[in-house]
Design a protein around this ligand. Structure first.
Ligand code: G3I
Length: 404
């Protein structure tokens, strides 16, 4: 099943993954009754890691002006983030896993950003590929990298309809077993990174455009919406310091979908459920208007006592043979700038994450073959007007004493 591309939505429904790559370690785990955990790569990979670190150090020596970055421009206490490219659509591309192997990419990721989000590496199909087997290796690498580079981490994601492993979606489990599988997953994954993940997307994309619970969501369909409260409670028990979020696309504006979150969150808060944040992902397109009510929409959730964040922004466009036009790039810069400004204007919006920072690795052309150029730098890391607009806006906020 390919993603739907309804013109009404600014974002596709992601495809449900099918056959999966199986690690040798995972295969061994299938037969074993106990919970197995992979925390280290085979020895050759360990050697590769040492070599990678040496290469990283060489590139880092050659760094540009450390003040001329997005993270340096940001006011203190405001986090500028990027998704960490790896897994997902990258596996279908003619290059090696970017985060694991692209030294220049890693260098820029370290220098430009103060927050990292796991693009795919913490999703069920990666971190829990077999029943009773967790593969923490890729996620551990991100958390370790973040610590080395003084970055916070956004965990993504715990309860979602997509990128779930086949053993789960095709398994013959009773409702009670399914509930226990989710509880174990959340407790195991969240406690592993306790104190090292700033925000978790606990529930991702649970509503349709009409504000109904998605039928594809195995957890909600099988166990009922009450499982959402359980998920937040289990995550909070596992890491009381992490801020726990709802995350979705097409909720930048006031509409049936964001209204559904607004209602649900009020009910959950009234029941004492530890919900801390609501985040519009913000996958925007120059084909559609900018969501002018973004700031007001963020504010209504903050008024409930929540924090908020922009978690996955990119701004895609129809790209002709000659590449994007100056007008398209200007419109894109304007969208990025306005989204950032909306976040900066709302007191409890302190984290702004772009879903990849180079067109080299963007998910957009894979989902939308005629579209692209959605990130803030080109495939060769040249800065687009959008990069400059973000940097200027961050510097202006710093000068204006943002947060004080
Ligand atoms: O697993 C199937 C495989 O069986 C099939 O043969 C193959 C053929 O197309 O597709 C495989 O699925 C891929 C999936 O990752 C598996 O991991 C998809 O094609 C691929 O496009 C997908 O990409 C990821 C996507 O989430 C999946 O929904 C992207 O890398 C990732 O950037 C994207 O990130 C999401 C956020 O998590 C949530 N918000 C939206 C955002 C963009 O879609």
């Amino acid at each position: 099943m390919r993603p739907s591309r309804s013109p009404r939505t600014t974002h596709p429904v992601p495809a449900r993954p099918r056959g999966r790559r199986l690690l040798a370690l995972a295969a061994a785990a299938v037969a074993a009754p106990a919970v197995l955990v992979a925390t280290a790569a085979p020895s050759t990979a360990v050697d590769d890691r040492a070599a990678d670190r040496a290469k990283d150090r060489a590139v880092l020596k050659d760094h540009q002006n450390p003040r001329d970055t997005l993270r340096a421009a940001a006011p203190k206490g405001f986090y500028l983030g990027s998704a960490v490219a790896g897994g997902g659509h990258h596996e279908e591309q003619p290059y090696a896993d970017p985060f694991a192997y692209d030294v220049e990419y890693r260098d820029r990721l370290a220098r430009e950003f103060s927050s990292l989000s796991a693009e795919n590496q913490m999703k069920w199909e990666y971190i829990h590929p077999q029943q009773g087997f967790y593969n923490f290796y890729p996620a551990d690498a991100i958390v370790r990298f973040a610590q080395e580079h003084d970055q916070v981490v956004r965990g993504h994601t715990l309860l979602w309809h997509s990128q779930n492993p086949e053993w789960l979606t095709e398994g013959d489990f009773t409702d009670e077993e399914l509930r226990e599988i989710l509880r174990d997953h959340i407790s195991t994954v969240v406690s592993r990174y306790a104190g090292r993940i700033q925000q978790w997307d606990v529930a991702n994309e649970i509503f349709t455009e009409e504000g109904e619970f998605r039928e594809e969501n195995i957890w909600i369909t099988r166990l009922g919406p009450g499982i959402i409260a359980d998920a937040f409670r289990w995550a909070h028990e596992a890491d009381p310091k992490a801020k726990l979020y709802f995350n979705d696309y097409n909720v930048e504006s006031f509409n049936a979908k964001s209204d559904a979150y607004y209602e649900l969150i009020q009910d959950l808060l009234a029941d004492g459920v530890p919900v801390h944040g609501f985040a519009p992902q913000s996958h925007l397109s120059t084909q559609y208007g900018f969501p002018n009510d973004l700031r007001a929409n963020l504010q209504r959730f903050v008024d409930l006592g929540l924090e908020t964040a922009i978690t996955e922004i990119d701004v895609r466009m129809e790209v002709g043979e000659d590449g994007p036009t100056a007008a398209q790039l200007a419109q894109q810069a304007d969208y990025y700038q306005r989204a950032l400004q909306a976040c900066l204007d709302v007191r409890e919006c302190k984290s702004f994450t772009i879903w990849g920072f180079t067109d080299k690795y963007s998910w957009v052309p894979v989902f939308f073959p005629s579209e692209g150029s959605a990130t803030v730098t080109t495939e060769t890391y040249e800065r687009k007007p959008a990069y400059n607009a973000l940097q200027d806006t961050l510097r202006a906020a710093t000068r204006a004493g943002w947060g004080r």
